[in-house]
Design a protein around this ligand. Structure first.
Ligand SMILES: [Ca+2]
Ligand SMILES: [Ca+2]
Ligand SMILES: [Ca+2]
Length: 243
């Protein structure tokens, strides 16, 4: 439509996609930045905001989160979807037609999408349990491994696995006879068969005379994402005891 077209003049301040409100998307902030654009980048309203219309955003009863730059919304501070569980921001656009002073108020909903910016964290560590050496292979011996991740959806879906340890704490102490404790890496001896459940099962026959303690390193990770955390301090001590 041309700006001298009479029907265009009548459309000024109308939502150009024919909706009664405006829905935009934005990613939450990565780190401390807040320059990320909305999608679409410009508010879909008819009229040139410099000479045909005046645009203003209204945040009733709260501090404004966006300011206008032409038809673009600019964040005024960083947006964290996770700590405030902020899935969308609702406010209003006031659009005034300069020629007629006719004013329209259009509700705006900005949906905030999640970024995988939190790593899973184990809770209640270190984990420790005692098992009889005759525990059959396949038995679940520990089921309270839990890591929490503050992100939403797949970004917070934790998978558990067992990894080789870093060698710390492995070996025998200097005690003699029955007081002697040999500690081995539990990798291979124990397994997590269901990645979404923190249940540790016995994977190989245990022998108390040979090994009295295993250190098992558990990884909590979020699939296909940039974070992959090995929590070395949370190695789980599993003691194999004579039954
Ligand atoms: Ca965040
Ligand atoms: Ca995450
Ligand atoms: Ca997040």
């Amino acid at each position: 439509m041309q700006s001298n077209d009479i029907s265009y003049q009548l459309c000024l301040c109308e939502e150009s996609t024919g909706q009664s409100n405006i829905i935009l998307d934005i990613e939450e902030s990565r780190g401390s930045g807040y320059e990320q654009p909305t999608t679409p980048e410009e508010l879909p309203v008819y009229g040139n905001p410099y000479n045909e219309t005046t645009l203003e955003v209204i945040f009733p009863g709260k501090a404004p989160l966006f300011a206008l730059d032409g038809k673009k919304l600019r964040l005024l501070k960083q947006l964290d979807r996770d700590t405030e569980n902020l899935s969308h921001v609702v406010f209003q656009l006031a659009c005034t037609v300069k020629a007629t002073n006719k004013k329209r108020i259009i509700p705006i909903i900005v949906r905030v999408s999640d970024v995988n910016d939190n790593a899973p964290k184990f809770i209640n560590t270190p984990y420790e349990t005692t098992v009889p050496e005759l525990t059959p292979v396949g038995s679940t011996i520990f089921q309270n491994v839990v890591a929490v991740d503050a992100d939403a959806g797949v970004n917070g879906l934790v998978e558990y696995s067992i990894a080789p340890g870093d060698g710390n704490g492995i070996g025998s102490n200097n005690a003699v006879g029955r007081d002697r404790i040999t500690t081995a890496d539990g990798y291979g001896y124990f397994s997590i068969n269901l990645p979404h459940q923190g249940q540790v099962t016995v994977n190989r026959t245990l022998d108390f005379e040979r090994t009295q303690r295993y250190l098992v390193t558990i990884l909590a990770s979020v699939i296909s994402q940039q974070f992959h955390y090995l929590l070395k301090d949370s190695a789980k001590a599993i003691k194999s005891c004579n039954s």
